[in-house]
Design a protein around this ligand. Structure first.
Ligand SMILES: *Cc1c(COP(=O)(O)O)cnc(C)c1O
Length: 405
């Protein structure tokens, strides 16, 4: 058996379809975000325009100081799984901070947001007798994998469509457990779920609700508690899931909910139990980041981010560059062609020192290929001007359609 040949055959298929992923090798510069050194092809120094460290908290002095202090005090690793010697004081403090952020009684940490979705949905679906999970059609891969792992009944409801959810719920046994799983901000289109209407429907049918706020925590709400906080709905959501790796600038995932719910996942989720706890320094950095974003500095960073988002959209409009209009911080510029999408990204990196990852199928449907820009408070006005000037020139060069004025 030539195993490498088997691997190559499938990789070649990806390449010929234009779906082969190539990573940009970067070295981020603390204190100079969104600037980074580029170790791959293209300009040596680039401006990162597709980062998920949405507010630059990965270089925040207090986050870094907390991490340094924790390393000096506790060393590098956690020392074990949470169950066997790995629960450090900073994990417990972080869980309290997270419960408070979402106005819940309990919280539980995971090694990533992906693992938290996979483990929590997998455990709920598998352990609640006769459970059905109702999943929004655009849910993230980590939720889909969790639901698959649960091996329970599932129903897919049309994206952001409470009426379709209602029809699907009406078909189910009124006395059986149900979990309605959805996101607040969807990361590819940047659209936002009608959380209130979804909760109305779920409550009507006695379903629990599972809300992924990964692209909203730190960014929305008075204290950065997400869209549910902004809309005053956190109380009504049974479980809120989030990440420490995006706006909070560190790494890790979590769920929050009632004491019983959190204890249930803690006690039964293999993806929580059988893995080494996050390093204490990561937990300490996350606490500093969450506390900062809960306060006035968080408000200022969110306001500045929204300003830069609005500025980019306005500049794109003036240049006739088509982008999806949405109510979030995500600015998808629609190219609608996989080859041109990749080519644009390559030229931006090569000639303009602008790094944006092309987003092609299967991450988005064919024909909706795009460049997804995420302005942060650290992208200044001249960064925005440079980006739009470059896009303006490339749009002509690549003979792409302009948006109607
Ligand atoms: C990124 C992402 C996750 C996973 O979070 P990580 O902490 O990066 O593992 C979960 N849900 C959604 C919607 C995401 O975009």
């Amino acid at each position: 058996m030539d195993y490498d040949q088997l691997f190559r055959t499938q990789l070649d298929a990806l390449k010929s379809d234009g779906n082969y992923r190539v990573f940009a090798e970067l070295e981020r510069h603390r204190g100079a975000y969104p600037r980074a050194k580029n170790h791959g092809a293209g300009a040596d120094e680039v401006t990162v325009w597709c980062g998920n460290d949405y507010l630059g908290m990965g270089q925040h002095p207090e986050v870094i100081a907390a991490m340094h202090a924790a390393i000096d005090q506790c060393g590098a690793g956690a020392g074990g799984t949470r169950n066997i010697s790995g629960t450090n004081h900073s994990h417990v403090l972080l869980e309290r901070e997270l419960a408070d952020l979402h106005g819940k009684d309990g919280a539980l940490l995971f090694t990533s947001g992906y693992v938290s979705n996979w483990a929590a949905l997998g455990t709920l679906g598998a352990r609640l007798p006769g459970c059905t999970i109702l999943s929004d059609a655009f849910n993230h891969a980590s939720m889909i994998e969790g639901i698959r792992h649960a091996r329970c009944e599932k129903r897919i409801w049309a994206h952001n469509d409470p009426r379709d959810l209602e029809r699907k719920l009406a078909d189910l046994d009124p006395d059986a457990p149900k979990v309605v799983a959805f996101e607040s901000v969807y990361s590819m289109d940047g659209d936002i779920a009608p959380i209130g209407e979804i909760l109305d429907v779920a409550e009507q049918f006695g379903a629990m609700t599972y809300l992924d706020e990964v692209h909203a925590v730190g960014l929305y709400g008075k204290r950065g508690g997400g869209i549910a906080e902004r809309e005053g709905l956190s109380d009504r959501v049974t479980l809120i899931e989030g990440t420490l790796g995006k706006a909070f600038g560190v790494v890790g995932g979590y769920i929050t909910g009632s004491v019983e719910l959190v204890d249930f996942i803690r006690s039964f989720a293999s993806g929580f139990i059988f893995t080494t706890a996050l390093p204490p320094a990561v937990a300490a950095g996350a606490v500093a980041s969450i506390q900062t974003l809960k306060g006035e500095e968080g408000v200022a960073l969110r306001t500045r981010q929204q300003r830069q988002v609005a500025r980019l959209r306005a500049a794109l409009d003036r240049a006739g560059i088509p982008h999806l209009d949405n109510p979030s911080h995500i600015v998808p510029v629609m190219v609608k062609d996989p080859v041109k999408c990749k080519m644009l990204a390559d030229i931006l990196m090569q000639d303009h020192g602008i790094y944006v990852q092309p987003i092609n199928y299967p991450t988005v449907p064919k024909g909706t290929e795009r460049l997804r820009f995420t302005p942060s408070p650290l992208h200044d006005d001249s960064d925005i001007d440079a980006l739009v000037t470059a896009l303006h020139a490339l749009w002509s060069q690549c003979a792409l359609a302009r948006a109607a004025a």
